[in-house]
Design a binder for this molecule. Structure first.
Ligand code: FMN
Length: 194
């Protein structure tokens, strides 16, 4: 098989073969709500808890986040495919008839997420047509004890199954959030209270 030159569409094809989860980044500009589907989400640091996400420089959501410095991430569950598609549609009214709640600062969090994170923007780096947002993770909530993620691969959505039920589980990864002040928020999910 020959090597191909990598342009924008080939870059998308190539990186599409890297299986990811999907999240919706939400933010608010006063009473106006914004958000977009992202799969460029990556953990950066455990202590302090930092993550990064890459956003198209010219997206509406990007300008709101860089101005307000606050956003939330709802990492989507297997039931959230429709939500994922609607937040990937440019210019659409993403929140119409959608089930969501707001954190104490009024920033949306989506129902059905396997994890919800409240983030504060620390730094931005513009490269090419995207901006890398580096953010501190302030609070986390894990609304479901047995998460079933939504997976994205080669432009299609998947539900994941463990390869073999009897396979031993891996050692748990170190807990990313110190079980201090975030604990109540992290485990108080059924009542959905702040
Ligand atoms: C699975 C999936 C993952 C995506 N990941 C990203 C991403 O990480 N960064 C990004 O800028 N756009 C990403 N997009 C495209 C945006 O979701 C889309 O362009 C968005 O609706 C633009 O938001 P706007 O309405 O604020 O302009 C992704 C789309 C899909 C379907």
């Amino acid at each position: 098989v020959d090597w191909k030159h990598v342009d924008a569409s080939e870059m998308r094809n190539c990186m599409g073969r890297f299986l990811t989860g999907v999240a919706v980044l939400t933010t608010a500009d006063g009473t106006e709500l914004h958000g977009m589907t992202v799969n460029s989400l990556t953990s950066v640091s455990l202590d302090p808890p930092l993550l990064l996400v890459c956003l198209m420089e010219d997206a509406r959501t990007t300008s709101v986040v860089t101005a307000t410095r606050r956003f939330n991430l709802s990492i989507l569950g297997s039931e959230n495919e429709e939500v994922c598609r609607r937040f990937a549609e440019r210019g659409a009214d993403h929140y119409r008839d959608l089930e969501y709640e707001r954190d104490p600062e009024g920033i949306p969090l989506l129902a059905g997420a396997v994890v919800q994170l409240r983030c504060v923007l620390e730094d931005t780096h513009t490269h090419g047509d995207h901006v890398i947002l580096v953010a501190g993770v302030e609070y986390a909530r894990l609304p479901v004890p047995d998460p079933k993620p939504l997976a994205f691969f080669c432009g299609r959505f998947y539900e994941l199954q463990p390869r073999a039920e009897e396979a031993p589980e891996l050692e748990p990864v170190p807990q990313i959030f110190p079980p201090t002040e975030s604990v109540e928020w992290a485990w108080n999910a059924p009542a959905l209270s702040w």
